[in-house]
Design a binder for this molecule. Sequence first.
Ligand code: PEP
Length: 326
Amino acid sequence: MAMVSTSLTPASQLSGHKSAAGSPPLFSGLRRSSKLDSASLSTTQSFFQSVNSHIRICSPSTRPCRGIVAMAGTGKFFVGGNWKCNGTKDSIKQLVSDLNSATLEPDVDVVVGPPFVYIDQVKSSLTDRIEIAAQNSWIGKGGAFTGEISAEQLTDIGCKWVILGHSERRHVIGEDDQFIGKKAAYALGQNLGVIACIGELLEEREAGKTFEVCFKQLKAYADAVPSWDNIVIAYEPVWAIGTGKVASPEQAQEVHVAVRDWLAKNVSAEVASKTRIIYGGSVNAGNSAELAKKEDIDGFLVGGASLKGSDFATIINSVTAKKVAA
Ligand code: PEP
């Protein structure tokens, strides 16, 4: 697994919500909880008994789960598949069939983003368990905009989500932060959920500008949108997209913590807590579990590996990695 080694500021310096070294955090569900009474947890055994009675996601096995990894946010795990400009009627039929027959953990929001021309085919054949995202939408109401697709049209054909700010739209097509922010605001106004992508280029990371770039992109969304209720943030370092160079779990976590802190400071503590921050960039069936264990990684946006039903299902089911095996 190739990784880029440039590191950033230690995550511990960025967030006030990390536990002190040496003192184990308390958990409720997948999350650290302030409601559990530490005084009543006098032994390791009683600590885990309490955890077991609070778990929200647990395997149907009769063996209790002994420990779990916290989830910092309060949002449900979210996994999106970005099919990009791939597929034919036949290959998409096969992919839909594989997804329909896959066993998926219940406590995950799952979304796929087919190319526009296949959305109708997917919508009419895919299980309702999985929602549909478009890969782009126009900045405003439809009309004389050749080649564009409006948010109204996406809602009309049953899309629930749209991916905006993807690095390929930013760096290949040339969309800028403000344009993307306005698109997000318009899409939200048409009742689409927005998967709002951010992420730095390799040279920006190497120049120590990762946070600066991500915060600038976040600010453009924040300046434009009326609410964060239907936004999922996808942190996708550009150097990791489609390259096989996945960010290490620590590198991803470091930026996710910084993004959550930015939301807390610049929007609100509530938005910071409930907004899902998902990671994208060469996620696959082999690396998703390690990434999922990180506290501030609330799911994934997946490109290449979402084109294979069984791999995508494995990535979705990596939510279980947030529990430590008994
Ligand atoms: C993406 O395009 O959003 C993406 C993360 O691609 P990949 O998983 O192929 O790197």
